[in-house]
Design a protein around this ligand. Structure first.
Ligand code: SF4
Length: 558
């Protein structure tokens, strides 16, 4: 439906028109004064210092003792957000005082770099959820696990339990290097170009929690994958290392910068540079420092790296990176081949060591602590000790002997984790939404779960015809945490008219977005707004029309 957009190349990447001379808050140009409340808060006290206050003061004196600047700012650096107070309708989001929106409980994001967990770690997260988070758990589309209903009093114990198994929540949120996405099949996939795991480990060990990188202009998202499937959505990250074979130097990574969705979405651009595995951490550090120093801090809505990249263009960005930060030239390298197949690793697949991995799907990432505990036990029963999360909110169990595959598939299915989901279960994603998120305008998680079940009933007759996936991403507001703009059917939560003069929960529809071959943003079609209650009708009409009218092999995004 939408012409495919080629991933921009270095040469195609023109520097944007000259911007006004007024400072944008770039430290490197001398604009170091605090320019807005967020910048002031970060300058007043390094956000990483909040951990100590939580452990020594807030956890003992309770919620009411928390300094508002910590509560609504620095807590994020420890993976903590206040939940949305129950019962406040989405129509009021953005119009009321922050304290009215704050619940006395927290969302806690557990950082899972590379999506890599041992079964012991998975079980620990599940048990923490059972004890301290009312058995809630969501697998996020950035490979993290989020818990809800967490009390500040329990945080020291929760950290103790997490850290005892090598997990942490540091910089899971905030203006800092967030979780590092990694291929869920790193080190095991037969088609892997290069295993990025050592680079992910090195970055996490050296730089996460480093105070010199903990005050960035805005959040900073990293993806490192040597899979030819681009299974870390590299197009949408601030910095991505994408596996590619150099004709002379062998396997390594192509360096991309400046991707990001939200409002003003942009696809990452290639710098045309090839980086060997052992230099990834150094180059990552240099790009991160460049962003820290030259990133725009004056306006929050222009502070992501994508705005700097758009203004400078790839050539200038690479020049500054090489000359001011690396002190050497990077090698030129080829573009990786754009993948065509699925990226989600669902189902049963052979590993290169003769074992198998099993990828399973929950409904829109919603699981529970008990499900995670039982999934860890099921994996251990068949001899596995490794699991992975994916950017499609899936779970993978690695290292399964062939003789145990069926047992595992059946045990996971009993937990609601399917290795062979319907096309709708497979391709529907949802962000946190109004249940817990303070920015949300509409419900998303339960809406997605209901939609999946609705579509499985409505479209049972044509299920076998859906050979090309139709992705449906539900987002509770314009922030696009569940990647609104790159779905076939991207749904952006907003209040919409119901035809009888009322404003009710619904979605603005973006049609025909995609990644890879179909990389480009969905079009907002005038009049394509749907009220939440009629979502099933709407999607059914769209899908049937697509199947009726498509040419042989034509994808939805075409
Ligand atoms: Fe919250 Fe909006 Fe992100 Fe959904 S898209 S999690 S509603 S900020």
């Amino acid at each position: 439906m939408v012409p495919p957009t080629e991933a921009p190349s270095r040469t195609e990447n023109r520097p944007a028109r000259k911007r006004k001379t007024r400072g944008e808050g770039q430290w490197a140009l001398g604009y170091r004064e605090p320019l807005n409340a967020n910048e002031r808060s970060k300058k007043d006290d390094n956000p990483l210092n909040v951990r100590q206050r939580i452990e020594t003061i807030y956890a003992h004196r309770g919620f009411d003792s928390i300094d508002p600047a910590d509560l609504r700012g620095r807590f994020r650096w420890m993976g903590l957000y206040t939940q949305r107070a129950p019962g406040i309708p989405g129509a009021r989001t953005g119009t009321i005082e922050p304290e009215e929106l704050d619940d006395r409980y927290f969302m806690l994001r557990v950082r899972v770099d590379g999506g890599a967990l041992t079964t012991e770690q998975l079980r620990t997260i599940g048990e923490i959820s059972q004890t301290y988070a009312r058995d809630t758990a969501d697998i996020t589309d950035r490979q993290n696990v989020q818990l809800h209903w967490v009390r500040i009093e329990d945080m020291p114990t929760i950290w103790q339990k997490l850290e005892a198994v090598g997990l942490y929540t540091t910089e899971a949120c905030g203006d800092c290097p967030r979780v590092i996405l990694g291929s869920p099949v790193a080190g095991i996939a037969a088609d892997e170009i290069v295993d990025g795991t050592p680079a992910i480990r090195e970055i996490a060990e050296k730089y996460i929690g480093d105070q010199s990188l903990s005050n960035l202009p805005r959040k900073y998202k990293t993806a490192i994958s040597g899979s030819p499937r681009w299974d870390t959505v590299p197009e949408t990250n601030d910095i991505s290392f994408v596996g590619v074979e150099h004709p002379e130097h062998g396997p390594g990574f192509d360096l991309w910068v400046g991707g990001g969705l939200s409002t003003n979405p942009k696809l990452a651009v290639r710098l045309g540079a090839w980086v060997p595995l052992e230099e990834v951490a150094e180059v990552w550090n240099a790009v991160t420092q460049l962003f820290r120093d030259y990133g725009y801090r004056r306006l929050r809505n222009r502070a992501r790296l994508k705005f700097l990249v758009a203004d400078w263009g790839a050539e200038k960005f690479r020049d500054v990176l090489e000359n001011e930060y690396l002190g050497r030239k990077l090698l030129d390298g080829p573009a990786p081949e754009t993948p065509t197949g699925p990226r989600d690793h669902l189902g049963v697949h052979p590993q290169r060591d003769g074992n198998f991995y099993v990828g399973v799907k929950s409904a829109a990432g919603r699981v529970s602590g008990s499900t995670l505990v039982e999934a860890a036990k099921a994996a251990e029963r068949v001899g596995s000790r490794r699991v992975r999360t994916t950017v499609e909110q899936n779970l993978l169990v690695l290292d399964v002997p062939e003789s145990e595959v069926d047992t595992l598939v059946s045990d996971l299915a009993k937990l609601g984790l399917s290795a062979d989901p319907s096309p709708w279960r497979r391709h529907v994603m949802a962000c946190t939404g109004i249940e817990f998120c303070k920015l949300a305008i509409v419900e998303t998680k339960q809406r997605a779960i209901d939609l999946i079940e609705d579509l499985e009933r409505r479209l049972a007759d044509i299920q076998g015809d859906v050979d090309n996936p139709v992705t449906i991403n539900l987002n509770g507001c314009p922030n696009a945490c569940a990647r609104t703009q790159v779905a076939d059917i991207g749904l952006k939560g907003q209040m919409v008219p119901d035809g009888e003069g009322n404003q009710v929960e619904g979605f603005q529809v973006h049609l025909g977005g995609g990644l890879g071959q179909d990389a480009g943003f969905g079009r907002k079609i005038r009049g394509h707004k749907v009220i939440s209650a009629e979502l099933g009708d709407y999607v059914e009409r769209l899908v049937r029309r697509y199947l009726d009218q498509r040419e042989a092999g034509e994808r939805f995004a075409q």
